[in-house]
Design a protein around this ligand. Structure first.
Ligand SMILES: Nc1nc2c(c(=O)[nH]1)N[C@H]1C(S)=C(S)[C@@H](COP(=O)(O)O)O[C@H]1N2
Ligand SMILES: [Mo]
Length: 259
């Protein structure tokens, strides 16, 4: 077959330079427009549901949520937090902030409220919770402010509570929310962490009823999370597919706050 290819026309030096300039300016132009459009897209993007995650723009939030998902899949599936012998637990348990755990609270009047996704409200007494098998854990409690301490807690596993009181349907939802009785402090939890085998509704600290300033009569101990998520004095528990309010996430802390 005859070769039909024309010999390539040689370009002069000037022509080569012009051509190169044309290409590079073109590329810069396209990049510039793309960058501007990207910025506009981010800038004009709607905020995430107001108040829940400190107003991060939705696309950024989506990126953060993706990392969160990867972390969850990596860590959650029954990956257990390290535990220690009781002898290593602190006798003087550190005490931190007290939002929603202040005076004017009558422990005898306390009841736990559970709000199902259907809106149905159930109430439980501390005796109903104590009547079920107790689980104890000694682990390293970590506060985001930079301290940690090996502590010894006892109570009812969240998953046992859910199963025993017929709440299994609720675990199909994405989130669990908890609040103090006065609603002043709230935490939102992803379902896998809430039903993690080491997550407990604690009523004992060092083998005795939890003192008032540590969240009597019932607090959350969730070893897969930082201290901020370990709500003291649980007043209510809700189940939902939208993120429940969260005291610290609202002021910019990571919503997931996992370890
Ligand atoms: N109700 C309520 N729960 C709370 C807090 C709070 O201020 N109020 N602080 C959280 C933080 S930041 C930490 S580190 C732990 C501290 O618990 P402790 O006081 O038992 O050490 O409780 C968490 N749960
Ligand atoms: Mo904390």
């Amino acid at each position: 077959m005859e070769n039909k290819k024309q010999p390539k026309k040689e370009l002069t030096i000037d022509q080569k330079i012009n051509r190169r300039n044309f290409i590079s300016f073109g590329v810069f132009g396209v990049m510039g427009v793309a960058a501007y459009k990207g910025w506009r897209w981010l800038y004009t993007a709607p905020k995430e549901v107001a108040g829940v995650t400190a107003s991060a723009k939705a696309p950024l939030r989506r990126a953060l949520n993706q990392t969160e998902l990867a972390m969850r899949n990596f860590f959650s599936n029954n990956h257990l937090v390290r535990t220690y012998p009781k002898s290593m637990a602190a006798k003087n348990v550190r005490h931190n902030s007290d939002i929603g755990v202040k005076g004017g609270f009558v422990i005898e009047d306390w009841k736990l409220q559970v709000i199902k996704h259907t809106g149905e409200i159930l109430t439980f007494t501390i005796d109903q919770i104590k009547a079920l098998p107790k689980t104890e854990i000694v682990y390293d409690f970590k506060c985001v402010e930079g301290w940690d301490q090996i502590q010894y807690w006892g109570g009812l596993k969240m998953i046992d509570f859910i199963e025993h009181f017929g709440l299994a349907e609720e675990t199909k939802l994405a989130y669990v929310g908890m609040m103090t009785p006065d609603k002043a402090y709230q935490v939102g939890l992803d379902m896998p962490s809430a039903v993690h085998p080491q997550t407990i509704l604690a009523y004992e600290m060092n083998g005795k009823p939890i003192p008032m300033n540590h969240g009597a009569p019932l607090r959350l101990i969730i070893p897969v999370k930082y201290g901020i998520k370990n709500l003291k004095r649980i007043g209510s528990i809700t189940f939902s597919n939208t993120r429940p309010p969260d005291y610290w996430a609202r002021s910019g802390y990571d919503y997931y706050s996992g370890l």
